[in-house]
Design a binder for this molecule. Structure first.
Ligand code: ZN
Length: 300
């Protein structure tokens, strides 16, 4: 009896702390955003599909954000080719000094050169690799358009993450995040940044990433604790696993507390099998709910 009473008191105080959770993020809509991207074809810098994708992103973000900053430049590759690249920064409450930043890459990889690839002459369709991070950020933009945030939020879509070879031509990868780090938008830096990459696998398990734990351990703790509170401890596994070179490192280099939310256990990574049947609205719903919740809690 006494224990029950105690439990009731604990529950009552927990309820006072926080209103019941309402999921604002629409996983089905985010899934359709992946379908749209895949339908453009591989979003390889320099191709028509890449141009069409840029025009779509531009129009989607203008309809949702308070302001859109577009950064366009030409990158000369190690092979001497000129690539037209574009970053998009969709800003909510651009004047707010307290802000957070979410990022994802919107390009897709020109070559399916995974060690397990069956055909490395073809490009990666990029349903998960490229498509999923964009879909999460667009779904967040939908939620913030419906109910504006209390804090500032920047959604950064970087180009040229996956163009080159990560060991042989390191200047031809992470190009957009490196460009953003050298040309940040004016005003205060975000409290922290979260990169979303490979986050729609049907079999989603997101482990803590090594370079995130080194560069911004308190942000990893915040994100995984938030996921646990939301009931997603089975997806956001609170253990380290892979250590990755990804866009978050370029932001860390200029002092931004950036982490990588990534499911690197994805058999179709950098293969021609990275297609729409490998990703799910349910996985997108979990990651998107987490992202929106981070915004709401920071503002409460
Ligand atoms: Zn990739």
């Amino acid at each position: 009896m006494r224990r029950l009473l105690l439990l009731a008191v604990v529950l009552a105080s927990a309820c006072r702390e926080r209103a019941p959770h309402r999921r604002e993020f629409d996983g089905q809509a985010a899934f359709r955003y992946i379908e749209t991207q895949v339908a453009f074809g591989p979003r390889i810098p320099g191709t028509e599909a890449h141009q069409r994708m840029a025009a779509w992103l531009d129009s989607m973000l203008r309809q949702r954000a308070d302001t859109l900053v577009v950064q366009s430049w030409t990158h000369v590759t190690a092979a001497g080719d000129s690539l037209p690249l574009t970053n998009f920064i969709a800003r909510f409450k651009p004047g707010a000094s307290k802000r957070i930043l979410f990022l994802a890459h919107w390009d897709s990889r020109p070559t399916a050169d995974s060690p397990v690839s069956h055909d490395s002459t073809k490009p990666v369709p990029g349903a998960n690799d490229g498509g999923s991070g964009v879909a999460v950020l667009l779904g967040v933009a939908d939620a913030l358009k419906r109910a504006p945030p209390e804090i500032g939020v920047d959604l950064l879509f970087v180009d040229g993450e996956d163009f080159g070879d990560f060991t042989k031509t390191p200047k031809d990868v992470l190009i957009g995040s490196r460009y953003y780090a050298a040309h940040p938008v004016a005003g205060p830096q975000p409290l922290y940044a979260v990169l979303f990459d490979l986050v729609a696998d049907k079999d989603l398990q997101i482990y803590e990433e090594g370079n995130s734990l080194v560069g911004a351990p308190e942000v990893v703790e915040l994100v995984w604790n938030t996921a646990r509170d939301l009931g997603y401890a089975g997806t956001f596994v609170a253990q380290p696993r892979h250590t990755l070179i990804d866009d978050h490192l370029e932001l860390q280099k200029v002092g931004i507390r950036a982490i990588d939310v990534v499911d690197f256990d994805y058999p179709s990574w950098h293969t021609i099998e990275d297609t729409i049947d490998k990703v799910s609205a349910a996985s997108l719903g979990i990651v998107g709910d987490l992202a929106v919740t981070l915004v709401r809690r920071e503002g409460s």
